[in-house]
Write a protein that binds this ligand. Structure first.
Ligand code: PGA
Length: 250
């Protein structure tokens, strides 16, 4: 299992192709130097994956995709398979992000198929789980997380030695500027850790949802948090630099 803290940059569909390449080319040396100690995973849109893999060739910076197909290959117009991602040098892939679940109808069953495809292709899945605002208010968080984890558990048990990342992202905290309070996060992360131990899942657990330089210390110091998934702050190098540097110096 990877012991470097993970810092995942999820650029969503925010950077253009040229902005993605420019970010990586301009900060290549800095990112590569920090990636010796902090596992930096850059997740651009599909077209930028291959050129960014070239930029980071022979560098410890990792490349991640934001989605993949549920199938291995075939007549699925518009889909990109896990083996294709592996061929262009992708090490990680986000699955089940709440934007995909909510806006594109991705189900727990789809997430399980995607995880299966990724593990077959030796790509580490970053499985996003999290509750909506309503579920949070109704105090249903843990049962929602349990359903989301149960649905991938059978697949994961078929790949006992694979690396795996679980990203806890409360949906109400994504892109809203609200982040979960420390006590709440402590409870939820401990519960996820216990689930993983009981299910024998050797997962890194990361937090995502309005991670910023101003809240990184209070989030990252929570026991069992192995890193963060950063959305909007990862588009601004000054902010991203501060988040990575926090892990580098702690
Ligand atoms: P945010 O996004 O940091 O902008 O809240 C996180 C995510 O969607 O993964």
């Amino acid at each position: 299992m990877n012991t470097r803290p993970l810092v995942i940059a999820n650029w969503k569909m925010q950077f253009s192709f040229s902005q993605s390449l420019q970010f990586c080319a301009s900060h290549k040396q800095w990112l590569a130097a920090k990636a010796e100690m902090v596992n930096i995973v850059v997740c651009p849109s599909f077209p930028a994956l291959h050129p960014i893999a070239q930029i980071f060739k022979n560098s410890p910076v990792s490349l991640g995709a934001q989605n993949c197909a549920t199938q291995h290959d075939g007549p699925f117009t518009g889909e990109v398979s896990a083996p294709m991602l592996a061929q262009v040098g992708t090490h990680y892939c986000i699955v089940g992000h709440s934007e995909r679940r909510q806006l594109f109808g991705e189900t727990n069953a789809d997430v399980a198929h995607k995880v299966d495809q990724l593990l077959q292709a030796s790509i580490t899945p970053i499985i996003c789980i999290g509750e909506t605002q309503q579920q949070y208010q109704d105090k249903n968080t843990l049962s929602v997380l349990e359903q989301q984890l149960d649905s991938v558990r059978a697949v994961l048990s078929r790949y006992p030695n694979s690396s795996l990342c679980i990203a806890y992202e409360p949906i109400w905290a994504i892109g809203t500027g609200l982040s979960a309070d420390t006590q709440y996060l402590h409870t939820v992360i401990s519960w996820i850790k216990e689930y993983c131990v009981a299910a024998k899942l050797p997962a890194e657990i990361v937090y995502g949802g309005s991670v910023q330089p101003s809240n990184i210390a209070s989030i990252a110091e929570i026991p069992h948090i192995g890193g963060v998934l950063v959305g909007s702050a990862s588009l601004d190098f000054q902010k991203f630099e501060k988040i990575v540097s926090w892990f580098h110096t702690h």
